[in-house]
Design a protein around this ligand. Structure first.
Ligand code: MG
Length: 285
């Protein structure tokens, strides 16, 4: 069982992949599908069967999240190798939905920055409204997992103590390809996350090394804000980012970034300095 959002001639539509059968629903948003119980009873969601191998033009797995919340410095090994003490509380920031792109879309390297960097991450999608959650409530509020790359303009990030400007350029953050239900994978078991640039591995870590795990983060965030179905949480990146290398490395026009999490999925994105007017692809269903 998994869910995605496909771009169709009629707009975004949720796709269900359940028991080996893909179905195109009339639902325009994964947030709505989650509120309608797509995880609890997928067979109750109407949809048209589509060929399992038919090419899909996938958008961000959630196209309209009410919130995109991010965590910085969350892999223990990476924090220690940077010479820092393990923090008592996570560094939390946000980005906006306009930053999101699909799992095979281009990443737009805006000319306003000269220091584009990769950050492969596990992403959490919220499945139900929750506030002041206990650990148990936080666990049940997580719909599932997907893959993200928190592509960052380091120069803009470092202009001030607040990271927002370096993290929210339009069309920089691939998210997808599918939502894998929380019941089908557990990051605390240790899923291997990798990020490669032009085939060269830059990041490799286990999600079991997360200092603040997804359930803890959902409970923590819910002490401050109500989380709703479709909200997205990026859980932080491990070591190996370009800015921590000597000499520093930056993403360049034409480079191919592949971000993968074992058992969750993979993102395949080309870096471009100008938006391609021909994209997204014309093979829409
Ligand atoms: Mg990040």
């Amino acid at each position: 069982m998994r869910l995605a959002t496909a771009r169709t001639v009629e707009g975004p539509r949720v796709v269900l992949d359940h028991r080996g059968q893909k179905r195109l629903t009339a639902l325009p948003s994964l947030s709505i599908a989650l509120r309608d119980g797509a995880l609890e009873d997928p067979s109750a969601i109407p949809g048209v069967p589509i060929d399992h191998d038919a090419p899909l033009d996938l958008g961000p797995v959630v196209t309209d999240p009410g919130k995109v919340i991010c965590v910085g410095h969350n892999y223990k090994q990476h924090i220690r190798e940077m010479g820092h003490e393990l923090p008592a509380y996570p560094n939390v920031f946000s980005k906006f939905a306009d930053a999101l792109v699909g799992p095979e879309d281009d990443i737009l390297l805006d000319a306003a920055s000269t220091a584009w960097d990769w950050e492969g991450e596990l992403a959490v999608v919220i499945g139900r409204t929750v506030r002041n959650a206990t650990g148990r409530e936080a666990r049940s509020a997580i719909a599932g997992w997907t893959v993200a790359n928190d592509v960052t303009a380091r120069d803009w990030q470092r202009r001030s103590s607040q990271w927002l400007m370096g993290k929210s350029f339009d069309r920089t953050t691939p998210l997808g390809p599918w939502l894998v239900p929380a019941s089908e994978a557990d990051p605390t078991d240790g899923l291997v996350l990798t990020c490669t640039v032009d085939g060269v591995e830059k990041q490799r870590a286990s999600t079991s090394d997360l200092l603040f795990d997804p359930v803890w983060l959902v409970a923590y965030l819910s002490q401050v804000m109500t989380l709703h179905a479709g909200d997205v949480l990026l859980t932080g990146t491990p070591g190996g980012v370009g800015s921590a290398r000597t000499p520093a490395e930056r993403l360049q026009q034409g480079q191919q970034v592949v971000t993968e999490i074992e058992g969750i999925g993979s993102l395949h994105n080309r870096c471009v300095t100008q938006e391609n007017p021909a994209s997204p692809s014309s093979d829409r269903i």
